[in-house]
Design a binder for this molecule. Structure first.
Ligand code: 48N
Length: 313
């Protein structure tokens, strides 16, 4: 087995140096005297603006996005490792498509802000290393698997890349609380978008009067809402309650079986609805794999291809 080799993208010295080349610190000469005062802290002041300018800057952009993405080409439900990987592959390969990501938490990442049992390191079995190379992340190569030093490093890297793409909008703190369905000419039903609400509203439908939702129309919905939990496996569970989809529960832990099955079985589980990541386990009763994330990445990649084929039909 190859010894653990640590690959770092820049030398420690370069890392230290870069801190002092930015123009935000009062640079100190070796003798401690400030050679170039970037800020005079005694007279420091921000440019004066009104609170209403802050409010208008936020709300004008948010509601412009809501308006723009009310008709999306593809909606991805869940911004965990599968959902964000899928969004990256889709948005990069099809910059012409409008892609909305709906995430019920304020923060993205799902189960991937940490490795397993609150440990930090993230383990991925090869060939998931190819995607990690694609997004330029450093990792330790352990032979048949790789280790990223902190799972949050993966999620924040992929999230920043996805959010910097012009054809993607993340609606976080927003829950999908139902699906839009349509009857086709032949009478068959297909998913045609999602029903959304602020997550905090979704959580209080039982103790508040009717708080109606919003909607987003889309030709394809990709559900990556994870395995069962308070909000998890949402789309599979929702279709199952309508008798439109057989629902099976996730199997016990068997890493080798689970990871291959999740990637292979990533598919359109219902007309207009693609399932990826651990939500599939709630559909096929595939096993769980425990704290290894390669299948989430590969399932996200596979889901992007499946969704594009459906979109082009
Ligand atoms: O991380 P998850 O839960 O889901 P995946 O499939 O991206 O990754 C699964 C992975 O974290 C594991 O479970 C690992 C591999 N463990 C396996 C094992 O054996 O235990 O992300 C799902 C995301 C979360 O951020 C949720 O907040 C979000 O989906 N979500 C929703 N967002 C909007 N509307 C909803 N109804 C909804 N439900 C969940």
């Amino acid at each position: 087995m190859a010894s653990a080799t640590t690959v770092i993208s820049q030398t420690e010295e370069q890392a230290k140096l870069s801190l002092h080349t930015t123009n935000v610190y009062n640079k100190k000469s070796p003798v401690g005297k400030t050679t170039e005062a970037v800020f005079d802290w005694d007279t420091f002041k921000f440019a004066p603006i009104r609170e209403s300018q802050v409010s208008r800057a936020m709300t004008s952009r948010y509601f412009k996005d809501l308006n723009k993405y009310a008709e999306s080409d593809i909606v991805i439900v869940g911004a965990g490792s599968a959902g964000l990987t899928c969004a990256y592959v889709l948005a990069k390969s099809r910059p012409d498509l409008k892609i909305a990501i709906i995430e019920s938490n304020v923060a993205v990442g799902g189960g991937c802000f940490l490795g397993g049992q609150l440990f930090s390191a993230m383990v991925l079995r090869k060939p998931a290393d190819r995607f990690i190379k694609e997004i330029g992340l450093d990792y330790e190569d352990e032979g048949d698997f790789i280790v990223i030093k902190h799972a949050a490093l993966f999620i924040t890297t992929i999230c920043s890349k996805v959010l910097s793409l012009p054809n993607v909008k993340l609606f976080n703190a927003t829950a999908v609380e139902d699906l839009i369905t349509r009857k086709s000419a032949t009478g068959s039903t297909r998913v045609a978008g999602v029903v959304t609400n602020w997550t905090l509203v979704s959580m209080h439908h039982d103790d508040q009067s009717c708080m109606d939702p919003n909607t987003i129309n889309a030709k394809v919905v990709i559900s990556c809402t994870g395995h069962d939990g308070p909000m998890g496996a949402f789309c599979v569970k929702r279709l199952a309650t309508q008798g439109l989809l057989e629902r099976h529960r996730m199997g016990c832990l068997n890493m080798n079986l689970a990871e291959d099955a999740i990637v292979k079985n990533t598919r359109e589980v219902f007309p207009g609805l693609v399932c990826a990541g651990m939500e599939l386990a709630e559909c096929d009763s595939s096993n769980r794999m425990g704290p290894t994330f390669g299948a989430m990445i590969q399932s996200g990649v596979h889901a992007a291809e499946v969704a594009l084929n459906i979109y082009e039909e």
